[in-house]
Write a protein that binds this ligand. Structure first.
Ligand code: NI
Length: 270
């Protein structure tokens, strides 16, 4: 899929782009959706801390308000398809030929109870001593609208520093982060999409998704495309991550896993 010059310029100026043309055909989308639903029903990756409630305290016996699975292809390798190559091709047009593209996570906003995803920058989750050059490619598996939780972006925010974040609601048991002061958001643009369309945003672009008030779950699959990260020049701290006390991290520690930040780590599929 070729982006035109205006799309590429718009992405670099705004820090995001919405592409309505699907990157996956209907038949393969139905297949991915079926795998996706089985994956969430089985809570794939839970024991390792890779499935958790992003927006809640993540008790075993409570339905998740916003269920996330990191690295879903580790558990369901068949979730990969030709769409990964199509997205890689788009990523190369935006970041250049050296980019590495991989499935990153899946995020399910359940019907009726799906919580909002507060304004945040993805880089706030990652390592403060690294300089990132990455994009997230967000692909809904059904139509997304303002009512079921399409993404919103703040125009131009990819050029901001990483702003002050905290755990959602100020509760360190919650994995998800939110901007402490969301009054900086003044140019919010909603991006409704058809099934299999994509939005693409930079690692510092501020974004948000509303609650799902519809009767159908909102399914999204997120890929990451990155150039190699570099050491961060200067010093900075992400104190909001140091104070976290999540069940997810406990499970990861018990399983002997060290990749607890959720930073993008494109990798070969096992
Ligand atoms: Ni995000």
């Amino acid at each position: 899929m070729r982006l035109d010059l205006q799309q590429v310029r718009s992405f670099h100026n705004a820090g995001f782009i919405a592409i309505s043309q699907p990157v996956i055909d209907r038949r393969n989308l139905a297949k991915v959706r079926d795998i996706y639903d089985r994956m969430f029903e089985s809570r794939a990756g839970r024991a390792e801390g890779n499935q958790f409630d992003l927006a809640g305290t993540d008790e075993d016996d409570r339905p998740a308000a916003l269920s996330q699975i990191l690295y879903p292809h580790r558990y369901y390798p068949e979730i990969r398809g030709d769409y990964v190559e199509t997205i890689h091709d788009i990523a190369q047009q935006l970041l250049g030929p050296a980019v590495t593209t991989e499935i990153f996570h899946a995020i399910l906003k359940p019907a009726g109870i799906g919580a909002p995803t507060p304004w945040h920058q993805d880089e706030a989750y990652w390592e403060p001593d690294r300089q990132y050059r990455s994009i997230s490619i967000w692909m809904p598996l059904q139509e997304v609208t303002v009512d079921n939780g399409c993404l919103w972006f703040n125009d131009g925010s990819h050029e901001w520093d990483v702003l002050e974040h905290r755990s959602i609601g100020g509760d360190p048991r919650v994995h998800g982060l939110e901007l402490v002061d969301s009054s900086v958001i003044r140019d919010a643009v909603p991006c409704p999409l058809p099934p299999g369309g994509v939005t693409i945003h930079r690692n510092r672009t501020c974004h948000y998704a509303g609650p799902n008030t519809t009767g159908e779950s909102r399914r999204a699959l997120v890929l990451s495309a990155s150039l190699p990260d570099r050491p961060y020049v200067g010093t900075r701290q992400f104190r909001w991550n140091d104070g976290k006390d999540t069940r997810r991290a406990q499970r990861a520690a018990e399983a002997g896993r060290t990749d607890q930040t959720g930073a993008p780590k494109p990798e070969a599929v096992d």
